[in-house]
Write a protein that binds this ligand. Structure first.
Ligand code: SF4
Ligand code: SF4
Length: 209
C-alpha cells in the first residue's frame, strides 16, 4: 500500500526545478485535466475567454462520465502547447494544479485530501525531500483545498445521480451544464473562491442535489 501524506509531511518530490528535464510536459495525451480554477487562472493571465482557449490551447474530452477540458499537446512535437523553445513552462506562475502537484497525486477522502508519490513517473534521479504544502506552491492553500474537495464531491455526486437514470442524453445535458456554469461563464470578480461557492450552491439548487 502506498504512503499517504498530509500538507505538513515531508515527501521525496523535489526535482530541483526540473532543470534539464521536461518529460512530464510531453506525450501526456488528454491527461492534464483543468478544473474551473485552472481555467480562471489561465483566462486571467492570457486575456482569453474559455471559447478562445478551446480554439487552440485546450480541448474537451470525456472524463469519468463528464466532458471536461484538458490542455492540448502540440501535434508536431507531442508536447504541451505551453512548453517553450527552451523546454520550460511558459505559464509557470499560472500552471494548472496537476502540473503543480507532479510527481504527487491527490487522494480524496471524507475529511479532505491526502497526497501520494506517483511511482515510476518522474524520471529525475536524486529527488530531495520537501514539505507537501511547499511543493504545491499554491496561494491561499486552505481555500484552494476546500475548492478542490467541493469540486471533486460535486462531480462525483453528479455522475452518481446521472448513472441512476442510465440515460445518455441526461449525461450530455449535465456535462453541458457543468461546462457552461463553471467554465464558460467568465468569473466576474478577483475572488474566485467566493464566486465558485455561489455557483456551486446555484448548481445544487438547480439540479436538486
Ligand atoms: S502547463 Fe507547463 S508544466 Fe504543465 S504540462 Fe504544460 S508546460 Fe508543462
Ligand atoms: S519528469 Fe520530474 S523532473 Fe522531469 S519535468 Fe516532470 S517533474 Fe520535472
Amino acid at each position: 500500500m502506498q504512503n499517504l501524506y498530509d500538507l505538513n509531511d515531508m515527501v521525496r518530490a523535489d526535482c530541483q526545478d526540473c532543470t534539464g528535464c521536461a518529460d512530464c510536459c510531453k506525450g501526456m495525451g488528454d491527461t492534464i485535466v483543468l478544473d474551473p480554477y485552472d481555467c480562471y487562472r489561465l483566462t486571467a493571465l492570457l486575456g482569453k475567454s474559455f471559447d478562445e482557449f478551446l480554439s487552440k490551447e485546450i480541448e474537451l474530452t470525456p472524463k469519468d462520465g463528464l466532458v471536461l477540458p484538458n490542455l492540448k499537446m502540440a501535434e508536431e512535437k507531442d508536447c504541451c502547447i505551453f512548453l517553450d523553445e527552451n523546454e520550460r513552462c511558459s505559464i509557470h506562475s499560472h500552471r494548472p494544479g496537476i502540473c503543480r502537484l507532479f510527481p504527487l497525486g491527490r487522494q480524496y477522502e471524507e475529511d479532505g485530501i491526502k497526497y501520494f508519490l506517483v511511482q515510476g513517473e518522474c524520471t529525475k534521479a536524486n529527488r530531495t525531500k520537501v514539505k507537501v504544502k511547499k511543493w504545491l506552491d499554491t496561494p491561499d492553500l486552505k481555500r484552494n483545498q476546500k475548492f478542490l474537495k467541493d469540486w471533486h464531491d460535486l462531480k462525483k455526486q453528479l455522475v452518481e445521480e446521472a448513472l441512476k437514470e442510465a440515460d445518455e442524453q441526461i449525461m450530455k445535458n449535465l456535462s453541458l451544464f457543468v461546462l457552461n456554469h463553471f467554465y464558460r461563464k467568465a468569473y466576474q470578480t478577483e475572488d474566485f473562491y467566493t464566486e465558485f461557492e455561489g455557483r456551486l450552491q446555484q448548481a445544487k439548487d438547480a439540479l436538486g442535489l
